[in-house]
Design a binder for this molecule. Structure first.
Ligand code: MN
Length: 546
């Protein structure tokens, strides 16, 4: 998993400027005809509320440092406004907002406030550029939650907006639960706050109860009586937040509230990545977002919040550009637009071919090529048949297992060349872990001892010393299969050769002792690497790979 944003900028301009349907997005022509007939803004502002509504996701709590990291990533991503938090909520929250406001970001930094001086003062202390004031206006919220009259609500709203403007802030205002507020009263509040100098008005679908058709109509009605720019803030309770956000734009809004990965209260908010790609791909509407950084920011937010992105999520999900079915893999390899509506690099992703039950020869061939293996047509057919057989018995093969099948198919050498004859390891407290291995490499007995930070490290070092220092450990994965201290573990080891980057081999072993299981997996990988280095069928004369 990359931990750094891709080091590019060169394509940024082209990316921001791209129009339907060229530059790697392949939407339907029918869609295009419809959108050309619709009135839309040229650009849309993105307010990202990952750090506010997103942080209100159940079980999410971010440290101040994490918030700062996310804010910096959002700034680089190109969001126009960062809603950094709710300063009055706690000292820690205020501190985070303060540090984000002081970080010298290009984005406007905004603090959330209720319609009260206390809240606005807290935001002022943080030195934010703007505040987002919210006050519920629907009947149920006024009567059951706030217990105030409509008249009192208007007064509170106006007083708060005036207070913010008197202190030199940019003020955005939300009538909370706006989509369940009657339109006439909503317009009354909007008119009053416009007179008080509000800069932007947001229309929140607080509990996600609109349809796209209704949202478009609702926003266009509001647009008739307001002068300041409108925003929409949609929740995903019915899975319509992105559709409703796009509909809000078609209705005349010029700003969208979104979160990375669609985090947010309950079912979440509209996902930034989906809204931005939807605006660009379907309507040719530009935003300042550098879409090539979206996958990176998505991963960062997922890591820091601990909320995994569902694999089948649009745009940034692990499967968004993965192909398994044989027909699809064949299609994508010939021309990606057959089964991909956009090129993965546009959103910072890579295309992945997964080998499984639905795979055909092309996917398997492609996957084996990643490991430098070139099989004949007959061999490939045999490997595919075996994979399907495994899959039908409910077993999904990972890369290591696929390679094991492939090697078994191509190798005449059924016995391993390298065998582990002896293995000892010592470890303990205040003791340097030390391992000794004796390997028999086709009759040549090699012995080596090494120390390491732990018993596995010492063992793998000893194996390298015995065979060759050119061998590098590329990946080590340990998984517990069952629970308890007597659990079975599964170890996957990926080895490479520092002189030949094409040489890669995987080994996998299951056992109850993590050290011996690791050693077994390594010896298995080593045998494959050895065979690989000699050529798949082994060089009968020149038997020494290392
Ligand atoms: Mn919300």
């Amino acid at each position: 998993m990359p931990t750094q944003a891709p080091s590019e900028n060169a394509k940024q301009e082209e990316n921001i400027a791209f129009k339907v349907p060229d530059k790697g997005v392949f939407v339907s022509e029918y869609n295009e005809q419809i959108f050309r007939a619709t009135r839309m803004p040229e650009t849309v502002k993105i307010l990202d509320t990952t750090l506010r509504d997103g942080e209100q996701t159940p079980n999410v709590a971010l440290s101040i440092d994490d918030k700062l990291k996310i804010a910096q990533a959002l700034d680089e991503l190109g969001v126009d406004i960062i809603e950094a938090g709710f300063p009055v909520n706690s000292e820690g929250e205020a501190e985070a907002v303060k540090r984000i406001a002081a970080a010298g970001l290009k984005s406007e930094v905004c603090g959330l406030c209720r319609a009260s001086k206390l809240d606005i003062d807290a935001a002022l202390t943080c030195d934010v550029d703007s505040i987002h004031i919210f006050l519920a206006t629907s009947k149920v919220h006024l009567e059951k939650k706030l217990k105030i009259s409509r008249g009192e609500a208007v007064e509170k709203a106006v007083t708060a907006v005036q207070y913010g403007k008197d202190h030199g802030l940019i003020v955005e205002f939300s009538c909370e639960d706006g989509t369940r507020t009657d339109l006439e009263f909503l317009n009354t509040v909007h008119k009053a706050i416009e007179e008080a100098g509000v800069d932007r008005i947001d229309i929140p679908d607080t509990v996600g109860v609109m349809t796209p058709q209704a949202m478009m109509q609702f926003v266009s009605e509001i647009k008739k009586t307001t002068k300041v720019p409108l925003a929409v803030h949609c929740h995903d309770d019915f899975g319509l937040s992105v559709a409703n956000s796009l509909a809000g734009i078609l209705g005349g809004a010029e700003e969208v509230h979104c979160t990375i990965n669609g985090l947010g209260e309950r079912a979440g908010n509209a996902a930034l990545e989906e809204v931005v790609m939807g605006l660009q791909a379907f309507y040719g509407i530009k935003t300042r977002i550098n879409t090539r950084k979206m996958a990176f920011v998505s991963r960062l937010v997922s890591q820091l919040t601990g909320i995994a992105v569902q694999p089948n999520k649009a745009i940034v999900g692990e499967n968004a550009f993965s192909h398994e079915a044989g027909i699809h893999v064949h299609g994508v390899l010939s021309e990606s637009s057959t089964y991909e509506p956009m090129r993965p690099e546009i959103v910072g992703k890579e295309r992945v071919f997964v080998v499984g039950k639905h795979s055909g020869v092309h996917a398997v061939q492609n996957k084996l090529k990643e490991y430098g293996l070139d099989l004949t047509g007959d061999q490939l057919k045999e490997v595919v048949a075996r994979i399907k057989k495994y899959a039908e018995s409910g077993k999904k093969l990972d890369d290591a297992e696929l390679l094991a099948v492939a090697y078994d198919e191509i190798s005449e050498e059924k016995e391993p060349v390298i065998r582990l004859e002896e293995f000892t390891v010592f470890t303990g407290l205040n003791f340097t872990p030390t391992a000794t291995v004796v390997l028999n490499i086709d009759g040549d007995v090699r012995r080596a001892s090494e120390t390491g930070v732990g018993p596995i490290d010492a063992s793998l070092s000893a194996i390298r010393t015995a065979v060759s220092k050119n061998i590098v450990l590329k990946q080590y994965r340990l998984e517990a299969i069952t629970g308890g201290s007597n659990a079975l573990c599964e170890v996957t080891v990926k080895l490479g050769d520092c002189e030949d980057s094409q040489l890669l081999a995987l080994g996998k072993s299951v056992g109850s002792d993590i050290v011996t299981t690791s050693v077994d997996a390594t010896v298995e990988a080593l045998n494959r690497l050895w065979m690989h280095k000699l050529g798949a069928n082994g060089d009968k004369v020149k038997r020494k790979a290392y």
